[in-house]
Write a protein that binds this ligand. Structure first.
Ligand SMILES: Nc1ncnc2c1ncn2[C@@H]1O[C@H](COP(=O)(O)OP(=O)(O)O)[C@@H](O)[C@H]1O
Ligand SMILES: CC(=O)OP(=O)(O)O
Ligand SMILES: [Mg+2]
Length: 398
């Protein structure tokens, strides 16, 4: 029996799924959340049992070590060498990687060079690859890029309105992210709607700690809210989202911040829900206190408003929409956010049935019976896409 593992390092989480291949039967899955935020929930499913623990996991390196230890201590595998394929989510693939690749030394060097394009993610993605290469030196490791799906975005959407030479010289353009999630979710949406992707205009809201929105026109990414790095677009757990660059240099001057990287770090790690609320980066924590804490409420309002804006923008850009889809941590679990966001989009014929919406983490059409535009809830499965790519590249290299 072949076993393939998918390793998915998000900004605040580390997730894995171990599949039997090629049957795609799920053997075990696990996640460590709130990395660096204290009191991480560790949750692993195996053999019909659930292992749960809460402990502080300070960074992705500690999370990877913990995950590897648990694979053995919970007897998910007896020896690591039972695993015969490893797939890694890698956020930034730049212009070069428009498809998944087998990780060679040369690829590894290129990934290191792409780190600037995903500062919160790429270092963790690379750590994961190194950890598995160390314990399984002879097993295929495949990198599956968030950015590949967005290679169809047209120039007019990926270019920034600054001197063209910066694009030519440095590849300074929009790359987007969450593409592996968009690939999975759009396929499922097409199944649920009973229509081929080529006949559909979709808007997917991937809203977790990292959050972005994608306009998928006839199966292809037409536009997405993240940019050169996953810092822009809608406001996120710790990231500012879209911001006027002039206010950035203004604040740097006032605060005597000399190094631009220090400011970028503030925009990536100390902003968003955490920065505005001063309470937490975790939507669950904000919702606990929002009835009496104005800034927690405000941060949540801003988060919703950015989503509403982008959905409106993408409806205009596609000149219509057949369905909108909620996915990722907040999208899959936050009943209130889904209801409140869609209530504001009723002008477009979007209408969610509160009863159908009263659900977490399950695939469902949550639209009211007479909604003109469907609203779907689709839990993402980046890991399934990842192991499928491992299988494809493994077969191709035979
Ligand atoms: N029940 C819930 N209600 C609201 N938000 C939730 C809930 N469960 C998880 N979340 C949010 O989901 C986010 C994690 O999303 P996820 O997509 O798993 O993470 P990442 O962006 O690291 O991949 C956290 O910020 C958390 O606040
Ligand atoms: C790109 C990104 O922000 O990913 P995640 O949502 O997994 O943090
Ligand atoms: Mg994620």
């Amino acid at each position: 029996m072949e076993k393939t593992i998918a390793v998915n390092a998000g900004s605040s989480t580390l997730k894995f799924k171990l599949f039997e291949m090629p049957s795609e039967k799920l053997i075990s899955s696990g996640s460590i959340d709130r990395i660096g935020l204290g009191k991480s929930n560790i949750s692993i499913k195996f053999n019909g049992k659930k292992f749960k623990d809460v402990q502080d996991v300070n960074d992705h390196s500690a999370a990877i070590k913990l995950m590897l230890d648990k694979l053995i201590s919970l007897k998910i595998v007896k020896h690591y060498d039972e695993i015969t394929g490893v797939g890694h989510r890698v956020v930034a693939g730049g212009e070069e990687f428009n498809d998944s690749v087998v990780v060679t030394d040369d690829v590894m060097k290129k990934l290191e060079n792409l780190s600037e394009l995903a500062p919160l993610h790429e270092p963790a993605n690379i750590l994961g690859i190194k950890a598995f290469k160390k314990i399984l030196p002879n097993v295929i490791n495949v990198a599956v890029f968030d950015t590949s799906f967005h290679h169809t975005i047209p120039e007019k959407n990926y270019l920034y309105g600054f001197p063209y030479k910066y694009y030519q010289k440095y590849g300074a353009r929009k790359y987007g992210a969450h593409g592996t999630s968009y690939r999975y979710v759009s396929k499922r949406a097409s199944k649920m709607l009973g229509k081929p992707l080529k006949d559909l205009k979709l808007i997917v809201m991937h809203i977790g700690a990292g959050a972005s929105i994608c306009a998928i026109d006839h199966g292809k990414s037409l536009d997405t809210s993240m940019g050169f790095t996953p810092l822009t677009g809608i406001m996120m757990a710790t990231r500012s989202g879209d911001i006027d660059p002039s206010v950035v240099s203004f604040v740097m001057e006032k605060e005597h911040i000399k190094n631009p990287n220090d400011m970028i770090n503030i925009l990536n790690s100390k902003s968003g829900l955490a920065g505005v609320s001063g309470v937490s980066a975790d939507m669950r924590e904000l919702e606990k206190v929002m009835s009496h804490n104005h800034r927690a409420m405000l941060a949540r309002e801003m988060f919703k408003n950015r989503i509403i804006r982008y959905v409106g923008q993408y409806i205009a850009e596609m000149n219509g929409v057949d369905a909108i889809v909620f996915t990722a941590g907040v999208g899959e679990n936050d009943i209130g956010i889904r209801q409140e966001v869609t209530d504001k989009l009723s002008y477009f014929g979007i209408d969610v049935d509160p009863k159908k919406n009263h659900i977490r983490g399950q695939e469902r059409d949550i639209s009211s019976d007479d909604a003109k535009v469907k609203t779907l809830l689709i839990p993402t499965n980046e890991e399934l896409m990842i192991v499928r790519d491992v299988e494809r590249l493994k077969n191709a290299s035979k």
